[in-house]
Design a protein around this ligand. Structure first.
Ligand SMILES: [Zn+2]
Length: 98
């Protein structure tokens, strides 16, 4: 046993409720420390500019040009799929615009 005697003595004094909480706490500690715990992969976002068409027949912007925008979209890969999310007109600080 590697459990220090002091820890054992403290544990013996605890009631079941506390021990259950301890149990959860210990499990949590183990799950955060074990190497096989799934590490959250840092998602790499790239930012792209898009022009969008509103679809209105009379819209001058769409008829004469490339549409509305540019609007910013975040693009990232998740589970092998490319996902995009509308961000707005301004990119978040520290981002690369393609
Ligand atoms: Zn339009």
């Amino acid at each position: 046993m590697v459990l220090p005697t002091k820890v054992k003595e403290i544990l013996i004094e605890q009631n079941v409720e506390t021990l259950k909480e301890l149990d959860e706490f210990v499990r949590h500690l183990i799950s955060t420390r074990s190497p096989e715990a799934p590490k959250r992969k840092a998602i790499h976002y790239s930012y792209i500019k898009k022009y969008v068409r509103c679809g209105k027949e009379r819209c001058r912007k769409c008829r004469s040009g490339r549409g509305h925008g540019p609007y910013l979209y975040a693009e990232w890969r998740e589970g092998g799929k490319v996902k995009t999310k509308y961000i707005g007109k301004k990119a978040p600080a520290s981002s690369h615009i393609h």
